[in-house]
Design a protein around this ligand. Structure first.
Ligand code: THU
Length: 145
């Protein structure tokens, strides 16, 4: 089930925006906040954490997913990404794959800036025909267990 309770989306947005304010992004100057809402109604947030060795930097989505898994949850009901600039801050390709592990094709991915949500996508719009557990001969999605 895709959770679209407006109050949940508001909480999700607030968490992502608060995380964005704590970004460690001295190299790009591009702070990003992300948050995931789980099917249990819990919210886990993350921010981008850059590094002087540039490729060691982590995206905000990676942090949010790590916090979710560390809290014992693996089912994403919705994702929020908050960033700046004119363009929509949609998750990078690697993060789309990270989300894939814990989402379904109809999981909503909301993107916005500090003022609010600008656009919402289904996960399938962002990563159609995604590689996943079934490709490895596993019984299906972890999400569907
Ligand atoms: N970034 C994220 O954290 N999430 C996104 O969805 C897009 C990009 C970060 C990575 C890097 O620290 C900075 O934004 C510029 O690419």
């Amino acid at each position: 089930m895709v959770k679209q309770d407006p109050e949940d989306i508001e909480r999700l947005f607030a968490a992502a925006r608060a995380s964005r304010a704590r970004a460690y992004a001295p190299y790009s100057g591009f702070p990003v906040g992300a948050a995931v809402l789980t099917e249990n109604g819990q919210i886990h947030a993350g921010t981008n954490v850059e590094n002087a060795a540039y490729p060691a930097g982590l995206c905000a989505e990676a942090g949010a997913i790590g916090a979710m898994v560390a809290a014992g949850e693996t089912r994403i009901a919705a994702v929020m990404v908050v960033g700046g600039g004119h363009e929509l801050v949609t998750p990078c390709g690697v993060c789309r794959q990270r989300i894939r592990e814990f989402a379904t094709p109809d999981t909503m991915v909301h993107v916005g800036d500090d003022a609010g949500v600008r656009r919402s996508f289904t996960f399938a719009e962002l990563l159609p025909f995604a590689f996943g557990p079934a490709n490895l001969g596993l019984s299906g999605d972890h999400h569907d267990e």
